[in-house]
Ligand binder design. Structure first.
Ligand code: NDP
Length: 328
């Protein structure tokens, strides 16, 4: 039987162990589509799982990797046949179902979308859940009428995966972007992606006033906690803030003032269970609205045996932009 390499997280008496193992197709979990995985990526949630810093894994042992791209090996799902190029983001893959950090995967075909024309598997994984979430956030701003003429957009956690892709998309769409980062050394990187102004994350990380001077028409927040509260308090009347992350914390020490005195809207994004049609729409927009040269400038490619080390670096805030895992 064909053997393939997989990164595996196993439970131990004092926590968990991570290592590369050889598995056979019979070891994979249930699903109606088997995929030869060519690329995956490391998202914040994958890093939490691999480092054990977050309770992400819900089935032991687990193959991490919330995203994968590859070619269908065999399928009994009506939408897919052998040889189709597909990709997957989310759906609890890498948490409750074996994920993309393996050369083979078997999944529910309803979780897949066809690899969009105009994107390679490597492009799709450079985008990954992080980049696809950025597009979902931009769609929310657009759907609520926050167009480039309405004012600036702030992006927090700017040098991370979601932040980097969000800046590149917003800049290409003509928005003036304010990037909030804790890494002053990444100012040139952020400007090259299209940020017009850089602010230090400390400007937003302390407790917020109920209302502050309006500074932007909208925001994409990857950070939560006081940062999100400050972003909301500085949003101009009828503006929209899209919350997608919790890098500073899960709490939201805010007040109702921006909502009832400025009609500011706070919208959440959950990429994991986004319906098929909206996923396809987000990827169609990524094809047209994300500059692939900028995507490549923010992406580092690594082999499977460097995933664990990179997950620790991501948790330490040392990774800039996006990582692609080449499963060769
Ligand atoms: P990254 O680790 O790539 O980026 C997170 C960034 O947040 C860091 O680069 C850093 O940016 C900033 N940051 C880290 N720690 C702090 C802190 N203590 N205070 C303020 N800022 C901090 O992660 P991703 O970009 O992939 O994900 C960002 C967030 O979005 C995560 O919380 C993730 O769980 C969430 N997420 C949610 C999704 C959804 O569907 N809702 C989907 C994907 C991600 P800098 O160095 O520029 O300051």
């Amino acid at each position: 039987m064909e053997k393939f390499n997989a990164l595996q997280i196993s439970k131990t008496d004092d926590g968990q162990a991570v290592g590369i193992v050889q598995l056979g197709l019979d070891d994979l979990m249930e699903g109606d589509v088997t995929i030869r995985v060519s690329r995956s990526t490391i998202n914040y949630k994958d890093a939490l799982a691999i480092t054990g810093k977050g309770r992400i894994v819900r089935h032991w042992p687990m193959i991490p990797g919330a995203d994968l791209a590859g070619i269908v090996e065999n399928s009994s799902h009506p939408k897919y046949k052998t040889g189709d190029a597909v990709l997957l983001n989310g759906w609890g893959v890498g948490e409750a179902h074996f994920g993309g950090h393996a050369q083979m995967a078997r999944v529910n075909g309803d979780w897949l979308i066809p690899q969009p024309d105009g994107l390679s598997a490597a492009d799709a994984m450079a985008i990954g859940t992080a980049g696809y979430t950025s597009m979902l956030c931009v769609l929310e701003l657009e759907d609520r009428g926050v167009s480039p003429d309405k004012g600036d957009i702030v992006v927090t956690g700017a040098a991370g995966g979601v932040g980097s892709v969000a800046i590149a998309i917003l800049a290409k769409l003509g928005y003036r972007v304010i990037a909030s980062t804790g890494r002053a050394s990444e100012a040139d990187y952020l400007k090259n992606l299209g940020a017009a102004e850089i602010i230090d994350r400390s400007e937003l990380s302390e407790p917020a006033r109920a209302l502050d001077k309006p500074r932007w028409a909208g925001g994409i927040d990857c950070v939560g906690s006081h940062t999100l509260a400050n972003v909301i308090a500085r949003t101009s009347p009828r503006g929209t803030v899209v919350a997608c992350g919790l890098a500073q914390g899960m709490d939201l020490p805010s007040s109702v003032a921006p909502f009832i005195l400025r009609a500011v809207a706070l919208i959440g994004v959950d990429s994991v269970t986004e319906p098929y049609e909206r996923r396809v729409r987000a990827y169609e927009r990524l094809v047209t609205d994300l500059d692939l040269e900028k995507l490549s400038a923010m992406t580092t490619t690594i082999p499977l045996d460097e995933v664990e080390k990179s997950a620790h670096a991501l948790m330490d805030g040392k990774i800039r932009g996006r990582i692609v895992v080449d499963l060769g």
